[in-house]
Design a protein around this ligand. Structure first.
Ligand code: KG4
Ligand code: ZN
Length: 381
């Protein structure tokens, strides 16, 4: 089988990314331009600004991805681009650019679901490590700023299919990390800061509980009740509980002071954060993270038992979290279940995962009609 070089392009949220991956198993380049600095003053992603920044970054990012990979436009075999889910305006920048490039180069264009990309980030790196033997069924937890999903993944030849057996009913786990960090004046994005601060607080100090969902989800597809048990998540309750705690313990003045000090720094270090956090704040951060990790690990492993899966994948931005990884590795090993993660750079949004997910589609000739467009709510099936 000759080598196949696919250029992936990703612009679904606040990262403009391009990468070249060879035959779905070797990352030749992986360029990510993060817009965090643009959105930071607003405490979250501003969709209009995201589109504008993608427009500015896309050409240099793609050029750098080709140069880093020692490739040219002509040496590529195909292009792949994120079709959704994501911000419609942001997706359109990547899609329009990819369409124009594919048309001009007369190369096939492959649309990819962003969530499938996150799952293939794990597969790509396992193959890169030489692990070609994967035991099915696979259960994938995709957990990021916009998503908290559990999928059963199946492979038949070059075709992959996915069944959703759990999703969040309200906020995504990463969104809860971001909102709690904002509430405490710790800046945006919140996940990495809470991750670094948690070991300095007492995770047992505050008893946060995450919602256990009993009522069926009317929006969920699938069989007779009980035939496909669901493992849904909910994180808006814990976010509100954190807010109540801050109010009840008169922490607001401290939050404001912290916000002001951190806003004057370009990239605060861990010591800078620790200098502006009192014990109460560190305990809250650690207790919040412990509760979310308990919930993610507990529900995923319960789903793994219910569906008798052989392998678990954990992927998406929140998969970069140290405590989450340690707990999955420990508890997975306890149940004799291998748990695979992408490396940290491939956990958060990137285009290598898009190029990797496109490779089986290239093999089966699943190319796009030029009429396809962005789908902000694209489901994964
Ligand atoms: O996958 P991603 O880059 O973008 C989406 O598709 O949403 O994920 C970004 C999310 C943000 O909510 C961010 O706070 C969270 O992932 N995140 C983390 C960590 N690194 C990023 N959450 C917890 N711990 C981390 N180390
Ligand atoms: Zn993502």
């Amino acid at each position: 089988m000759p080598d196949v070089h696919i250029l992936g392009i990703e612009s679904s949220c606040d990262e403009t990314a391009a990468a070249v991956v060879r035959s779905g198993e070797r990352v030749l380049s992986n360029v990510v331009f993060s817009q965090i600095a643009t959105h930071q003053p607003f405490g979250g992603v501003v969709p209009e600004l995201a589109s504008r920044e993608h427009l500015r970054a896309i050409v240099p990012v793609v050029r750098k991805a080709l140069a880093d990979a020692d490739q040219t436009y002509n040496s590529l075999d195909a292009l792949a681009v994120t079709q959704g889910p994501g911000l419609a305006g942001a997706l359109l920048v990547g899609i329009s650019y990819a369409k124009a490039l594919a048309f001009a180069l007369d190369k096939p264009l492959i649309p990819v679901n962003h969530l499938e990309g996150h799952i293939h980030a794990v597969l790509l790196e396992e193959r890169q490590k030489g692990n070609h033997q994967l035991n099915f069924p696979v259960l994938a937890l995709v957990v990021s700023g916009g998503h908290t999903h559990l999928y059963l993944a199946e492979q038949q030849g070059d075709s992959w299919s996915y069944q959703n057996i759990g999703h969040t009913r309200d906020d995504a786990a990463g969104e809860a990390f971001d909102k709690v960090a904002k509430l405490l004046g710790l800046g945006y994005p919140g996940g990495p800061v809470i991750d670094r601060l948690s070991p300095h607080g007492d995770p047992a100090a505050i008893k946060f509980v995450t919602s256990q969902i009993k009522h069926p989800d009317r929006n969920a597809r699938g069989g007779v009740a009980g035939e496909f048990p669901r493992f849904d998540f909910s994180y808006s309750g814990i976010k509100t509980a954190a807010l109540r705690y801050v109010e009840a313990h008169a922490m607001k003045p401290g939050v404001q002071r912290r916000q002001q000090v951190l806003a004057s720094m370009v990239t605060p270090t861990l010591d800078d954060y620790l200098a502006v956090c009192d014990r109460e704040t560190l305990n809250l951060v650690a207790s919040f993270q412990r509760a979310v990790v308990n919930d993610l690990v507990g529900k995923t492993l319960a789903a793994a038992r219910a569906y008798a899966v052989a392998t678990v994948f954990v992927t998406g931005g929140v998969a970069a979290n140290h405590e989450l990884r340690r707990r999955f590795e420990h508890d997975g090993a306890h149940e004799g279940l291998p748990v695979h993660f992408p490396s940290r750079p491939l956990s958060t949004d990137n285009a290598a995962m898009i190029a990797a997910a496109a490779y089986p589609k290239w093999l089966s000739g699943s190319f796009a009609e030029m009429s396809f467009s962005a789908e902000a709510g694209l489901p994964l099936r």
